[in-house]
Design a protein around this ligand. Structure first.
Ligand code: GAP
Length: 513
């Protein structure tokens, strides 16, 4: 655990030191759970967003993208169920005065049992050596099975109690498990209460005329209220999807773990409109599609797993998460939800306007069902960034920090480095940078010895360094160094645009889908 915390701290400090993520308004000591993206973070975030957008909109001729406003008519949130049901169960510790999400306290307890399973597996792997079969061990070892049963029982009971809104039982479960306040160790708890997560604000100049609004807690509703506009103007036929990326806001009770859980964050959501009773097929289809999107980045499969929801959100008839192995354990990265006709039917009711689809094949009108994929951009950023950060020991014992970002996502694709700051090398290097900047994000760096500049670019995640030396002036060649292998090859300057395009363009990532 301590080791995990250390590696997470390193990730946070690396993100700051290399211009990826800063605490918001840091000169005023920051604002809790709000972060700003720096010069490199903004580019990485943009590239992830682009990978998602292109995979959805550009690669599907039946998915279109929109950009709805953050402010929406307040009745939207009544119709969507967020006014009445977008709550988290919270509990206060009477001694420390700290507030927690009751379900998170229980989930953290279950995660501790899961850590014991991991420990058993690690011990057994050592004992059995090469003959160790982890899958078989986890499926048969009595101690592991006991732990797993305990986890399942706890999470099932919590899910059922939350489903029934039986908050007294959630508190009883916390007490029965002997869960203590992580801050004070006290077990002196208040009752569990529901807390609405939407941020309220006002629209209008005077107090008398101002309208109460909410900052959207999900981007999805901007899609639902535009369903008819898009379907009609785009002459879309079912099944079709509407995609959108944008900010969402939630007054999270416990916002923590860096950019994992924030109060202002960005979502990338796609609502796929389908005929009723086809949701099972599309649920399976989008589960597979979305996992493939993640795997295309080259992060090994064992870092992902599906988790079916015990407690369904107020709009869903089936739901699962794609969980990622973050430095603090497996946690939700993306949600796939079968939302039935809940949203469109409710908007129809609250708006008093017909929202139906005429199906020419069935010769009937109906309210489409919806399959949703929803991923947090900041969470995806954290997944990619935390997996990419490596400390390597090199031959000879020296160490280097390298950010092994997939090259199509890396903020800067190549750094152009003159070997020395004289003899016309900076001029040639600048010329190369100017040629390449038409096609990709490149940078010029002339400060410090070239070895130090390589290390700096490794830590920044730049996939290629182009070194201009005296030979370059004679034969128009440069050294091209690759970040992960550190291998260098001599290439013609004229070849650089094509070579770099083949290694870093988003197109090649999309081809893996
Ligand atoms: N429209 C469905 C919806 O919003 P959700 O499971 O509440 O579903 C979807 O959120 C995704 O948004 C999550 O899987 C997560 O990646 C991201 N997300 C949710 N709350 C977040 C927060 N407070 N900070 C960062 N990302 C968040």
């Amino acid at each position: 655990m301590a080791k995990e915390n250390d590696s997470f701290k390193k990730i946070i400090s690396h993100a700051k030191e290399y211009g990826y993520v800063f605490p918001s308004s840091e000169i005023y000591d920051g604002l809790s759970a709000v972060y700003d993206y720096g010069q490199n973070g903004a580019l990485l975030k943009k590239n992830i967003r682009e990978f998602w957008w292109k995979a959805m909109v550009q690669m599907h001729d039946n998915i279109v993208g929109i950009d709805a406003a953050i402010f929406m008519h307040p009745t939207t949130w009544k119709a969507s169920g967020h006014v009445d049901a977008f709550n988290d169960p919270l509990i206060d510790n009477k001694d420390s005065k700290k507030r927690y999400r009751a379900d998170v306290l229980i989930e953290d307890y279950a995660a501790k049992i899961e850590a014991k399973i991991d420990k058993e597996a690690t011990k057994a792997a050592k004992r059995f050596g090469a003959a160790f079969n982890k899958e078989q061990f986890l499926a048969t070892n009595p101690r592991v099975l006991g732990y797993q049963e305990k986890i399942d029982t706890i999470l099932k009971r919590m899910g059922q109690s939350l489903e029934k809104e039986d908050l007294a039982d959630v508190k009883a479960l916390i007490e029965e498990l002997g869960i203590a306040c992580p801050e004070s160790g006290s077990r002196n708890w208040t009752e569990v209460k529901q807390f609405n997560l939407m941020f309220g604000t006002k629209l209008g100049a005077t107090t008398e005329t101002a309208t109460d609004l909410f900052l959207r807690p999900e981007t999805a509703q901007g899609i639902f209220v535009n369903y008819l506009n898009v379907q009609k103007t785009g002459r879309m036929k079912l099944p079709f999807g509407i995609a959108q990326t944008g900010k969402a806001f939630r007054n999270e009770i416990v916002a923590r773990q860096f950019i994992f859980r924030m109060r202002e964050f960005e979502q990338m959501e796609m609502q796929f409109f389908i005929p009723p009773n086809t949701q099972k097929k599309w649920y399976d289809y989008w589960k597979e599609q979305r996992l493939n999107w993640h795997l295309a980045l080259g992060i090994p499969k064992e870092n992902y797993r599906f988790h079916d929801h015990e407690k369904l959100a107020h709009y869903a008839d089936a739901a699962c998460d794609i969980e990622f192995k973050f430095p603090f354990g497996f946690k939700e990265l993306e949600g796939i939800h079968s939302r039935t006709d809940f949203d469109l039917a409710n908007h129809e009711k609250f708006a008093g306007k017909k929202i139906k689809y005429f199906d020419p094949e069935q010769n009937e009108s109906y309210t489409p069902y919806v399959l949703e994929t929803s991923i947090g951009l900041d969470r995806m950023f954290l997944a990619v960034f935390s997996h990419a950060l490596k400390e390597e020991t090199l031959e000879g014992g020296a160490t280097r920090t390298v950010l092994q970002l997939p090259s199509a996502l890396a903020p800067v694709k190549a750094a152009v480095l003159p070997l020395v700051k004289k003899d016309g090398l900076p001029e040639l290097a600048q010329k190369i940078r100017e040629t390449l900047q038409w096609d990709m994000q490149v940078m010029y760096d002339e400060k410090d010895a070239v070895g130090r500049r390589y290390r700096r670019q490794d830590a920044l995640g730049t996939p290629f360094c182009i070194t201009v030396d005296h030979q370059s002036l004679e034969d128009n060649t440069v050294t091209l160094r690759e970040r992960d292998s550190m291998q260098q090859q001599r290439v013609a300057i004229a070849q650089l645009p094509q070579l770099l395009e083949e290694q870093t363009a988003m197109k090649y990532l999309l081809q893996k889908l």
